[in-house]
Design a protein around this ligand. Sequence first.
Ligand code: F6P
Ligand code: MG
Length: 478
Amino acid sequence: FEPKTPQYSTGDATSFAYVSARERWPVIITQGIDDVHRSIWASEDEELIREGKWIVSELARLKYELQHDRKLSPIPDDGEGDIAAYNKELEALGNPKWHFVPWLYSECYLYRRISSIFKHTQKWKSYDLFARQKMSTFKSSRPAVLELAARYKDIVTELESKHTLKGVHNQEELEEAEKILFTEMCEICLWGNATDLSLLTNLSYEDIQKLQGSEARKASEKNIIVNHLGKAFDVLTAAQRSGKKERRVDIVLDNAGFELFVDLILAGYLLAAGLATTIVLHPKSIPWFVSDVLPQDFAALISALADPQKFYSTLSDDDKHSGSAPSPLSEPEVSNLKFLFEHWSRFHAEGQLVLRPNTFWTAGGSFWRLPKTEPSLLEDLKESELVIFKGDLNYRKLTADAAWPATTPFAEAIGPLGPGSGIRVLALRTCKADVVVGLPEGEDERIKATEGGGGDSGARKWAWSGKWAVVQFSDGKA
Ligand code: F6P
Ligand code: MG
């Protein structure tokens, strides 16, 4: 259940792994330390303060070990079942050091290790050290959120009132219109991933807002270098036509905040258009890669939409610093956001929008291991018409983060989830790491030769920044 192709390592000087381990991770730990400090200052609970200081010292120790290239130490038992597998793998890797270790494993280990620190306390067991960052970036995506809310309300209202769309006269036109909308919704959902927090170290809020607007989305279409959305649409319409009553679509989530918002836009659209009857969302179970969705992030988003005026008028720390208060929402803006709240809450209450956590998503290995380590999850996913994997990390896990030639077919690179798996996979991925597969001959070289693409340095730099994307499908048939 592992590919023969070697995986990327933090020791490869030409890989983004190298920069990640040496530059990005220490910054991420430091931000975590700052966050814990702030919660300590805000509290008067002595026990909480005492434990908080211990957490800070443990995080500082982890950062020290990382920066001084020490060995990864076994994760202390925190009572959870997944630790044994992490530690077994560490041993199998020969107790590696931080600067020469498989990238995928070590990055997962980092977040699992952080989580175990919190789990060793009483007062901080379910604390999320990244929650503040997640909510404040969501707040700063306000222009795009408002634009999308208005668009969503229009589309859904039309679909639900007449079960058709403006200017559409027959079945053929309806399908064509639906295909265009489906593509738009999926592309919104795709680019919502370009803005994750672990890369925020080099993106300003202004950059983010630019990325999120609809103009930017149109301009970005040429940056989707492989686009199989048509195949995914065909799968969903075929199921719909077959008269099958229960038609499920799964979304293996990536990031909270704006990305989760656009995931729900897609989910709500699929339900309203009748392209699916149930959407199953798969969140993470521990704070993960900074921005990933935890069940409580879903709740936080919904409650922000329940009272949007209050949400947007509460000052964020950035507002406090700049001294500028955010302007109040207009009446239609409030009503559009409340529409989303009601629509999504209703789906959730009626069981059409389901959250289904599983610790498999935060294991240290790739999805190649799914059949062996979590067969029941595999069986569950087979029930789905389409399993959408969001974001970069899910793509790395699908392809085992191995150094495949870029022309390797996608279905081959996903191994056991490919041909014969019985799972229809759709990856919506903005590229933020080295691994890329399924490209036409010469495409990698062409983009390498563009500005900042990496040239002949041996590094595939173009794939690190989230500027380019791939949308890839595998039908799971033998
Ligand atoms: O490239 C930086 C990085 O942290 C990768 O290590 C990781 O795969 C990715 O970003 C996380 O991005 P996403 O939230 O899209 O999975
Ligand atoms: Mg993520």
